[in-house]
Design a protein around this ligand. Structure first.
Ligand SMILES: [Zn+2]
Length: 323
């Protein structure tokens, strides 16, 4: 038996026509505020965790890619000067990331690194975990192959709210195989939706893919995969809404982690959906052929707790209530 507690997910798919509908935005934040319960248990206090997050320097606010729209000046000369080429194999492989450059040292010394192996029995069931509201808009496809992943960039306007705190969607991108494990196993693919709040704190939603039915929403991207590295392509004939990738069951794991690519900055708020979505073997292979293997190995949990947005009384012997 699963109890969802007070977790709620509200999906607002806003059409472009509604971009200027300020009253509905205002209503939206109202609704979210009502959901935000006062939090008193520091151990699992999401709000407290927000406060611990340290604003990151501009170079660290980009997840996975040197070309995100947030990237503060491309700094190509800096890149060349340092000649730091991280990758997923050979001399730039993940086990060497921490030594490739001083600014990557957290990859080696960090105690709150991502990804991790998510295990139900070790995670803490919760009641009243701060609600997750998702408000993504249709956007024209802006896609880039940055040499590490295929990434879709978003203009401001799509966001999530966690306990009433707003994070803007910057981009989503893919990993094959998955970076997070579940119960000791990798999935064939994972999607990361990267968000940032006004102070530069990152919140990432992880969606696991399993092999199955063809995913119609992925096809739009696959048809427009950029072969050329480092050039963003705008497809003004194709809109997409990332809400289409959310699983039917929106229960999620939550923990405090890091970027999964150099500089491995910590203080990233991770939420990984428990239920995988499907894509066909052909679709996953097509992504993998373009990106190669681009998953960082799982990292030690150390002293962290992983929370579940739901409760399983039969295995949750340590129950927390967050009110
Ligand atoms: Zn990622």
């Amino acid at each position: 038996m699963q109890k969802k507690g007070r977790f709620s997910l509200k999906v607002c798919v806003m059409a472009l026509a509604a971009v200027m509908a300020l009253p509905s935005w205002a209503q939206d934040s109202h609704a979210a505020d009502k959901h935000a319960a006062p939090i008193t248990a520091p151990l699992v206090d999401l709000g407290a965790e927000h406060e611990k997050l340290v604003p990151k320097p501009p170079a660290a606010d980009v997840h996975d890619e040197p070309k995100a729209d947030t990237q503060a000046a491309a700094k190509p000369e800096k890149h060349e000067a340092h000649a730091v080429h991280w990758s997923y194999s050979g001399e730039g492989a993940p086990r060497f990331w921490g030594e490739l450059a001083p600014e990557f040292s957290t990859c080696k010394t960090g105690r709150n690194q991502s990804p991790i192996d998510l295990r139900d029995a070790r995670a803490l069931g919760t009641q009243g975990l701060a609600g997750l509201d998702i408000a993504y808009r249709d956007s024209l496809l802006k896609i880039i192959n940055n040499g590490h992943t295929v990434q879709v960039n978003f203009p401001l306007g799509s966001y999530i709210k966690v306990g009433g705190h707003r994070y803007e969607l910057l981009q989503f991108h893919f990993h094959t195989p998955s970076e997070h494990f579940k119960e000791g196993f990798a999935y064939p693919m994972e999607m990361h939706l990267v968000h940032k709040d006004g102070d530069g704190n990152l919140a990432v939603l992880g969606i696991l893919f399993q092999e199955g039915e063809e995913n119609p929403y992925l096809n739009g991207i696959l048809k427009r995969l950029p072969k050329e590295v480092g050039k963003e392509q705008l497809h003004d004939d194709f809109k997409l809404n990332p809400v289409n990738f959310l699983p039917g069951n929106t229960e999620f794991y939550k923990y405090s982690g890091s970027l999964t690519t150099p500089p491995c900055s910590e203080g990233v708020y991770w939420m990984v959906f428990k239920q995988p979505i499907e894509a066909s073997a052909r679709q996953i292979r097509q992504m993998n052929e373009l990106m190669g293997e681009n998953a960082r190995p799982v990292q030690p949990l150390n002293s962290r707790d992983v929370l579940k947005s739901w409760m399983e009384p039969e295995i949750d012997n340590r129950l927390y209530e967050v009110y």
